[in-house]
Design a protein around this ligand. Structure first.
Ligand code: ADP
Length: 387
């Protein structure tokens, strides 16, 4: 890697899509971005074909995969287990370790690995870095990470809270500190990442100490299609009384629950429109969604003791003033007071939307997972530059 090699390519490979972004790290300029969809259906046979399409699109944008200025490829990897708690330079041994983690994330990790393997084939010798969704949560204390189940069983099957969306929680908690004019280790922040998936985290002086997703991304907040928290006995009840199989219950809770389960829509814009027309199931879905967020804000206030800011991020958090309002209503006892006028302003930059007298700042902080992955991957590649 030469000083002129300032470009980082970020790949986020899912089971049926490959998202990419090419970023120039010198000025954080987005040089190209896109998505190849429907991998495995029709013309895009597999991840190898998808990456060749990406390479073509990058070349058309003036900087193909063979560009000498490309310093690193950063790969988003969903589950790092307890083995990977830092961005990691990928070699054969790392890939073998990633394979071992597949049982923990059967829906996500195989696609991540496929993306890594094809990128290594197309650009052998180029540093490739895995950046894990779980990594930021590795600092969560045992008291918060352990479930109260039989310890031997938990250890045998790796059952504990891992947490996800860590790249976003890391980026947003730091950006929130910056918005307050403070260093990350000077503030306590509750981050609410409300996208299609949704999760909350409690970040104490820059270190994550609690998060709402668990062994898998199913736990915690109400999401677009996932239930979030439920009594685990619902699963036994559906199996015994409903005669449902494990796979059917998995699909029910991951794909047919959450907002879509409650009202048939998972897009908050559509839900807001229906509420405007007096639709009761949309109203209920909205209320369940916001009630859950409030509960977590209360719980995480207790976990942190002192809270400097609550940061809303991702599609819903950044755009829905109604969700921000409903989920922070009547929190004066916790020192949280929204400014309705500031909250209603639409903008793309990080901003404070709480009232001047609010002890806890409420902030809207756009997330940028690609930039965070690029930054982490680039810095690791620079450290490992051959002397
Ligand atoms: P992903 O988890 O797929 O990255 P995003 O963070 O992009 O998701 O969030 C997508 C969700 O954001 C959509 O499903 C929708 O509910 C919500 N959303 C996007 N734009 C708006 C908007 N203007 N108002 C309310 N909700 C929005």
């Amino acid at each position: 890697m030469k000083p002129s090699d300032t470009r980082a390519l970020v790949l986020n490979s899912g089971s049926s899509s490959l998202k990419y972004q090419l970023i120039d790290m010198a000025g954080h300029d987005r040089l190209a971005s896109g998505i190849v969809e429907r991998i495995g259906e029709g013309p895009v046979a597999d991840h190898g074909e998808a990456l060749r399409i990406v390479s073509g699109e990058l070349a058309a944008a003036g900087s193909g995969l063979d560009d000498e200025r490309l310093a690193v490829i950063g790969h988003r990897v969903v589950h790092g287990g307890t083995r990977f708690t830092e961005p990691t330079l990928i070699d054969d041994e790392v890939v073998a370790e990633l394979e071992k983690l597949v049982p923990l994330a059967p829906l996500h990790n195989p696609a991540n690995i496929a993306g890594i393997q094809v990128a290594r084939t197309l650009r052998p010798g180029l540093p490739q870095v895995a950046v894990f969704d779980t990594a930021f949560h590795a600092t969560i204390p045992e008291a918060a990470a352990r479930y109260a189940v039989d310890a031997a069983t938990a250890d045998r099957f790796g059952i504990r809270r891992y947490g996800f969306h860590g790249t976003s929680h890391a980026y947003v908690s730091r950006a929130t500190a910056a918005l307050l004019g403070k260093a990350p280790d000077e503030v306590n922040v509750i981050v609410l990442h409300l996208g299609n998936g949704a999760s909350a985290s409690a970040v104490e002086r820059g270190r994550c100490v609690e998060t709402s997703m668990g062994l898998t991304p199913l736990e915690g907040l109400v999401m677009g299609t996932r239930s979030g928290d439920i009594d685990p006995a619902v699963v036994f009840h559906l199996a015994r009384t409903g005669g449902m199989s494990t796979d059917e219950i998995d699909t029910l809770l991951n794909k047919r629950s959450g907002l879509v389960g409650l009202c048939g829509d998972n897009d908050m814009r559509e839900i807001a429109r229906r509420i405007g027309e007096g639709d009761e199931s949309a109203r209920l879905a909205f209320d369940v969604y916001c009630h859950r967020i409030r509960k977590y804000v209360g719980a995480y206030t207790a976990v942190l003791g002192e809270v400097d800011a609550i940061a809303f991020t991702a599609g819903v958090g950044e755009n829905s003033a109604a969700v921000r309002e409903a989920s922070t209503q009547n929190l004066r006892a916790l020192g949280v007071e929204l400014d309705p006028v500031l909250n209603a302003v639409r903008a793309r930059s990080p901003r404070i939307v709480s009232a001047a007298g609010s002890r806890v700042a409420v902030a809207v902080v756009p997330t940028d997972e690609e930039l965070e992955i690029a930054t982490q991957a680039y810095s690791l590649a620079a450290q490992n530059r051959p002397k």
